[in-house]
Write a protein that binds this ligand. Structure first.
Ligand SMILES: [Zn+2]
Length: 307
């Protein structure tokens, strides 16, 4: 079984020219329903990516966020993918999506978060790569953290039963959220800075606080966050490091399929995820520990974070 904490399904459909339907096993496509089925995928965090690239930069677009939500409605209607809204939905036996807003930049107030909740969105990333009114991003030069409004956003999200996501957040923002959080959070797709230095990766202090919080780090297949030579073995180094220093319960998977243009060799699509799990076993993870990484830890967070 697999819980994938990050795939860019909607962005793929919104930016591809006549993409094959999602129930077609399209050659070269990183993820679709047949591949998810073969991967044993139970739940995918489906990104609502709210930025357009225009005039040489990224700007927030509420319109694009709404288009992404509509993509998920239509996939749900056409293919029976369940959109997870409450804890009880986790018991649904088929494939499920949990909609996550990848950056709260399109929200102007905490009330806007309520609006997203009513639309079915159940996860919110405080920042993407830009600083916003809620907090500083992982590319922030100033090293600032969560703003006063950001604290209110996190509080509201957790009160509503939305998963707070710290992928792309700045170090101080992540630490501030982890200190204030009253439910477990996710860092849906990032790797480990002490293994390979990259602004998107998280450092030991953040992982330590994440463990205290009961949250998970979704190891990601984004090549530039893994290593200069991003192989499966290099990715496993991140997993092993976290397991040995902080415990296996902090680990999950957040591939970023459909959001990355290249992958580590051998992990070209989600149906090849077993290659990663096999490499974990070869690196000393027990069968039970691999299961924890693959889905059990993520489920622990979801049971606590959703209402
Ligand atoms: Zn991302």
């Amino acid at each position: 079984m697999l819980v994938d904490l990050h795939q860019d399904v909607a962005y793929y459909f919104l930016t591809s020219l006549s993409p094959p339907p999602f129930d077609v096993d399209a050659e070269g496509r990183q993820s679709d329903l047949p591949k998810l089925r073969r991967a044993g995928a139970d739940l995918v965090f489906a990104a609502v990516f709210p930025f357009v690239n225009a005039y040489g930069g990224w700007s927030p677009s509420l319109q694009l966020a709404l288009e992404a939500v509509k993509v998920y409605y239509s996939l749900s209607e056409r293919h029976g993918v369940r959109l997870v809204e409450r804890r009880v939905d986790l018991a649904y036996p088929g494939l499920k999506f949990l909609l996550v807003l990848e950056g709260a930049d399109v929200l102007n107030s905490v009330d806007d978060l309520r609006l997203m909740y009513r639309l079915g969105v159940r996860g919110v990333g405080v920042t993407w790569n830009l600083n916003n009114r809620w907090g500083h991003s992982c590319y922030s030069k100033g090293g600032g953290g969560l703003t006063e409004e950001g604290y209110a956003l996190v509080e509201a999200a957790q009160r509503l039963g939305m998963v707070v996501d710290l992928a792309h957040a700045g170090r101080k923002t992540a630490l501030d959220v982890l200190e204030a959080a009253r439910r477990p959070v996710v860092i849906s797709h990032a790797n480990v800075n002490d293994v390979y230095r990259h602004p998107r990766n998280v450092d030991g202090e953040v992982i330590k606080r994440l463990v205290d919080n009961g949250g998970v780090l979704g190891l990601t297949f984004i090549p530039r966050t893994i290593s200069d030579s991003p192989t499966v073995e290099a990715l496993v180094k991140h997993a092993k490091y976290v397991k040995e220093r902080y415990g296996v319960e902090a680990l999950a998977v957040g591939t970023d399929y459909l959001g990355i243009s290249t992958t580590p060799p051998g992990l070209e699509s989600v149906d090849r995820i077993e290659t990663f799990f096999k490499a974990l076993r070869e690196a000393g993870f027990s069968g039970e520990e691999v299961e924890a990484v693959a889905w059990r830890n993520a489920y622990r967070v979801l049971r606590e974070a959703l209402d």
